[in-house]
Design a protein around this ligand. Structure first.
Ligand code: GLC
Length: 733
């Protein structure tokens, strides 16, 4: 591959691009137009569904029958395919190279649910810029990220790539991801286009079962699931991917109400819509199409521009056009959007853009690794710290569990990340010259079904080591491949063998610090009482182990807060913080009261609530001060408090502001997150934290499905989690 020229690309205005696209489209044959609507795989495509036959990829490119390529990230291969497109096809239209860069390209950051617990959109934007930089230098033009599915069910394996259960937080992160990837100019050599997914409702799949049906009211859709996509569109996202699921009985990929009425006509999205992997062809299995010709017609009329892997467009649209010439308008619209994106990326001026022969030198930079470390530190959640056992200091440590010498730490959708880039926990202790005795105690099984088999010799070896220590750090959890796509589970407990190991170690009466590696909230109710401290360490990517060790040692003061509720047991699901009060609200101080909204056989609060996370510091909140107890449409409401760090540890605190709407035209949740600030407080210092609220911050979809603020009484709640706060009343007039 020759060393390619990196000439500065001109950023054309949208009207200039429109003229160029109109001129180009007039020169295309019907077949070439339809070719732009097809995303092909290749021999290295990551299969997330039916196997892809790559034998005709190059031939199809040469014939102008391919618009984009899925999942290629090797510059040499990208160069070779692009060369065929721009030198050997008739119209020489460049290909668009799309990839799943979900939480990093080669430098891997905490998976998205973990990183969302940082409550730090600025950090997320920085992470996305680095992911874009590394991706662009591999020749990737667009990433299928951010995933903006609101989630309430940890049985669904893909919660690991979401940003949690709150719509406001999802909006903040949608903006951060899109701006981080795209920056201000897509012709730049360090930015890539962004695709928001999965439009829409995928996170609400019934029963948390992968690809299952979704039903919801229009109000729920607009109040909870649409806001992040709206924000992504307002932030300039260039593509939106359709979800696999049905939405109120109509598959999203062929759903005109969603793809045209809402996305185009209401939200004014003018970018490209793309199906998910064969989700168009799957409408036959959904039983709303009888054959590929039916698929092509239904998806085109619904508003699908670009078909991923399925070939109904390239096989059937030309025939459909002969029967119904009016369809050419639909085709032209889709093709214009696709060509516009290619012009916006500067691919017509330099189709090879960022393909570097020696691209490796642009990956894993010191800056990238430093941000990866910081992101990992800000994603670790301290769930328990009895008697302030953490941080530890010069004690004799026993390191026990399947994750102690394990570098499978990137998590699902780990891009080009390599396990070998990740140090193990044991290595980091050793590199710090901290002596630790260690034993796996059991294996980190990649289990499809729970197993009871334990290796008693391994357990006994671990017990012996523990007896001779002062404190035990246990590293347990689910294997990194046990979350992500295609990994819904009915059992979200730790694997049985690990529970047995924790029980055996607990018998030694040594104090246990439990580290939990997971891509989702796990049910740790069977072990939590046996541990003095629990750090939820997710899968934090390339700098996982350094961040964990520095947290255990107190170099990093944990500061993350949960963005997804942790259930006590799978039977509580769906459980999330912004639930309605019901007509018979459960009273935790009167559990025995039978006729209340509760489960009789369990404490009804979650194991850990939304917004919860401890610190080594001790933050004390003062009384709230409100500048006015009534407010009208033009007032700026300010609410403030003094927060004091009564400890010897400096640290971050995520100050959360919620509202509660007391009585309006629809029943509203007891808690709605509206603002947050992540402040840094030195040891034994105080800070006044001020929030501003405007009338429209109180809006909600009312009985008429109007998104407005209804005058009346509200509570403003300000605190350290969704269950630990102080409140004041305000009346909006
Ligand atoms: C997968 C996922 C989607 C991903 C696409 C391409 O099935 O659902 O999130 O972007 O295929 O890999």
């Amino acid at each position: 591959m020759i060393e390619l020229e990196k000439k500065e690309l001109s950023k054309r205005s949208s009207s200039e691009i429109e003229v160029l696209v109109d001129k180009l489209i007039k020169q295309l044959t019907i077949s070439e137009k339809i070719g732009q609507m097809y995303q092909s795989g290749h021999q290295y495509t990551v299969i997330t569904g039916p196997i892809f036959n790559a034998s005709k990829t190059v031939e199809n490119i040469r014939k102008g029958m391919v618009g984009s390529i899925l999942g290629m990230n090797e510059p040499e291969m990208i160069y070779n395919l692009q060369k065929v497109a721009v030198e050997e096809s008739r119209m020489k239209i460049p290909l668009l190279f799309c990839n799943d860069i979900i939480h990093g390209c080669r430098t891997i950051f905490p998976h998205n649910l973990a990183l969302s617990c940082s409550f730090n959109p600025k950090l997320v934007k920085e992470v996305s810029k680095i992911a874009a930089y590394e991706s662009a230098h591999c020749g990737i033009n667009l990433t299928f990220s951010p995933m903006l599915d609101l989630v309430r069910d940890p049985r669904w394996g893909r919660v690991m790539e979401s940003c949690g259960e709150d719509p406001f937080l999802l909006e903040e992160y949608a903006k951060a991801y899109v701006e981080g990837y795209q920056q201000d100019d897509l012709t730049k050599y360090d930015s890539i286009a962004s695709c928001a997914k999965h439009f829409i409702g995928y996170g609400a799949a019934s029963g948390g079962k992968e690809y299952n049906s979704v039903d919801m009211s229009d109000r729920t859709l607009r109040q909870y699931y649409l806001p992040p996509f709206k924000q992504a569109i307002n932030s300039g996202v260039k593509m939106i991917m359709t979800a696999f699921n049905t939405f109120n009985d109509v598959p999203v990929t062929a759903n005109k109400y969603l793809l045209t009425d809402i996305l185009r006509n209401e939200l004014k999205f003018n970018g490209v819509t793309i199906s998910d992997y064969t989700s168009s062809g799957e409408i036959i299995k959904h039983k709303i199409a009888v054959n590929n010709k039916d698929v092509a017609l239904k998806c085109l009329l619904a508003g699908l521009d670009h078909e991923m892997i399925s070939t109904s467009y390239v096989e059937e649209l030309e025939g459909l056009l002969e029967e119904n010439p009016a369809l050419e308008n639909n085709i032209n619209q889709s093709v214009k959007r696709i060509l516009t994106l290619k012009y916006e990326l500067g691919l017509f001026d330099n189709p090879y853009k960022n393909i570097y022969q020696n691209h490796q030198k642009y990956l894993l930079s010191e800056k990238a690794l430093n941000v990866a470390y910081e992101a990992a530190c800000q994603s670790i959640v301290l769930l328990k710290n009895e008697n302030n056992i953490l941080p530890i200091n010069n004690q004799k440590i026993a390191l026990i569990g399947p994750f102690i010498d394990n570098n499978n730490l990137n998590g699902a959708w780990g891009g080009q990340g390599k396990n070998s880039d990740c140090e193990t926990l044991y290595e980091v202790f050793k590199n710090k010259n901290i002596h630790v005795e260690y034993s796996q105690g059991t294996t980190d099984e990649y289990f499809e079904m729970p197993t009871d088999n334990v290796d008693l010799d391994l357990i006994n070896e671990a017990v012996e080591i523990v007896k001779d220590s002062d404190i035990v750090i246990m590293a347990c959890g689910e294997n990194q491949h046990m979350s992500g796509e295609g990994y819904s589970r009915t059992n979200i407990e730790l694997p049985n063998n690990q529970i047995k190991l924790i029980n055996a170690i607990s018998e030694t009466k040594k104090k246990i610090i439990l580290l939990v590696y997971a891509g989702r909230p796990l049910d740790i109710s069977k072990v939590i009482d046996k541990c003095e401290a629990v750090l939820y360490t997710w899968f934090l990517g390339t700098r996982t182990s350094r961040a964990i060790v520095d947290t255990v040692l107190g170099i990093n003061n944990p500061n993350a807060k949960l963005t997804m509720t942790f259930p006590r047991t799978v039977g509580q699901i769906p459980i999330y913080y912004n639930q309605l009060n019901t007509g018979r609200p459960y009273d935790k101080n009167n559990h025995g009261d039978r006729y209340k909204s509760r489960y009789v056989d369990i404490i009804n609060e979650p194991m850990f609530p939304f917004g919860y996370g401890l610190s080594y510091a001790k933050f004390i909140y003062g009384e709230l001060k409100l500048n006015q107890s009534n407010a009208n449409k033009i007032d700026i409401i300010t609410v403030s408090t003094v927060i004091t760090n009564e400890s010897k540890y400096d640290g971050y605190e995520v100050v959360q502001l919620y509202i509660e709407a007391m009585c309006f035209t629809v029943s509203r949740p007891n808690m709605e997150l509206k603002k947050f600030q992540k402040i840094y407080l030195k040891a034994n210092s105080s800070q006044t934290v001020v929030f501003e609220l405007k009338y429209e911050d109180f809006k909600y979809y009312n009985i008429d499905n109007m998104n407005i603020t209804e005058p009346g009484k509200y509570l403003i709640k300000l605190g350290t989690s969704s269950v630990d706060y102080k409140q004041v009343e305000i009346v909006l007039i």
